[in-house]
Design a binder for this molecule. Structure first.
Ligand code: NAP
Ligand code: F7E
Length: 337
């Protein structure tokens, strides 16, 4: 039986990856930090809370990292933990750098010292491309991060590449474009849209307030992206791979697709901060713009080229953007009955 350790197992990707590995027969361990609420909500939603072994873990604490690495000697270590919300990273730049950046240096050095046979996965991100230098973005595209989050992840990415090159470690980075699901945190724009449209479809009157409606993201389904993570660690040679859908969509269109799944037709009027989305049937305002959600520096366009993952890992996403919006909107609508 193979064993794996997942940091961030309480998060969206951690829960899907844990389920995927359990289904493959792995012994699954996960790191959770001590917080005031239960950490296993998503694991319970997937019906696997009793099947994983949880350990106290924080990316800021070197001793705890060393302890689990020395003790468990797992075959595969997936680092999915992070301060993952870009919007908060301008308010928490030092913390974000410590956890997302130095946290990875802490793990890599403990693996090198105490468990060099362990294969390592780092959750890199399309946010490293930021002000994009190529369209579409691929593994060779130059990074130009636009937030403390993107900068911290670029540090972690290069640190992983450096440990691979310096110590011959099996360490790979997945440069993942946005991936979403019904388990996505409600602060991220897709889930914010689907929870609020579901509330309005159930009779709620308060409009959904959004920031930049024109920014474009390459969105896929998280359940498929964790398969790519696993596949990277099964390769003989460690390497870095983009995982993306190859389709880019505006925030406005994600609202349209989610609305359609809930039988809402949205008509857009006005522009800039005056833009509004109206319910075509009633004329009521469903969506309004609130500039407090604008970011100090925006990533306006992301579009990934995952052909290396397709050719080497045989990884191709199947869930379309419309399927994804519909899956999330209906899940949120059903949760309100
Ligand atoms: P998520 O749902 O926000 O989960 C983040 C996880 O990290 C949670 O389990 C959280 O624990 C944990 N965490 C936060 N700070 C920590 C700390 N100091 N020590 C230990 N654990 C900590 O994020 P996700 O969407 O699953 O993303 C997984 C990883 O992929 C992240 O590294 C993210 O940056 C990266 N990524 C995500 C995307 C995407 O579109 N989803 C794309 C590219 C890369 P709590 O439950 O206690 O908060
Ligand atoms: O924003 C715009 C916002 O917060 C997407 C993380 O998983 O993916 C995620 O980062 C876009 C941005 O995700 C609102 O300005 C408009 O252009 O859903 P988001 P993100 O910043 O792309 C990457 C790949 C990661 O690695 C991250 O961990 O939507 N937007 N109005 C809004 N965004 C939010 N959150 N809220 C709004 O009201």
């Amino acid at each position: 039986m193979k064993s794996a350790f997942i940091t961030g197992i309480s998060g969206q990707d951690g829960a899907y990856l844990a389920k995927f590995l359990l289904d493959k027969g792995y012994e699954v361990h996960g790191g959770v930090r001590r917080i005031s609420q239960q950490s296993d909500t998503r694991l319970r939603k997937l019906g696997i809370a009793g099947d994983v072994k949880l350990h106290d873990f924080d990316l800021a604490e070197s001793n705890g990292i060393a302890r689990v690495i020395r003790l468990l000697q797992v075959d595969e270590f997936y680092n999915l933990a992070a301060q993952s919300f870009v919007g908060s990273s301008w308010d928490l730049p030092i913390y974000t750098s410590d956890v997302n950046g130095l946290g990875v240096a802490r793990i890599l050095d403990c693996l090198r010292t105490y468990s060099p046979h362990t294969r390592f996965y780092q959750a890199s991100t399309s946010e490293m491309f930021g002000l994009v230098q190529d369209v579409p973005q691929r593994e060779t595209t130059r990074f130009h991060p636009r937030s403390p989050y993107g900068v911290s992840k670029a540090f972690a990415h290069y640190m992983t590449v450096n440990y691979r090159e310096s110590f011959d470690m099996h360490a790979s980075c997945g440069i993942l474009f946005n991936h979403e699901s019904p388990l996505r945190g409600v602060e991220f724009v897709t889930r914010k849209i689907t929870t609020n449209l579901a509330r309005i479809a159930r009779g709620g009157k308060e409009p959904l307030q959004l920031g930049n409606l024109d920014s474009r993201r390459d969105w896929g389904f998280a359940g498929e992206y964790v398969e790519g993570m696993w596949s990277m660690l099964q390769q003989q040679k460690a390497d870095d791979y983009v995982l993306a859908s190859g389709v880019t969509t505006t925030i406005r269109d994600f609202v349209n697709f989610s609305g359609q799944a809930l039988d809402m037709e949205i008509e857009w009027v006005g522009s800039g901060v005056q833009e509004r989305g109206l319910d075509r049937k009633t004329g009521a305002t469903i969506v309004a713009v609130d500039p407090t959600y604008y970011r100090p520096a925006e990533v306006g366009l992301l579009l990934g080229d995952a052909s290396k993952a397709r050719d080497v890992l045989d990884w191709t996403p199947r869930v379309t953007i419309k399927d994804l919006a519909s899956m999330m909107a209906i899940s949120d609508y059903d949760a309100l009955h």
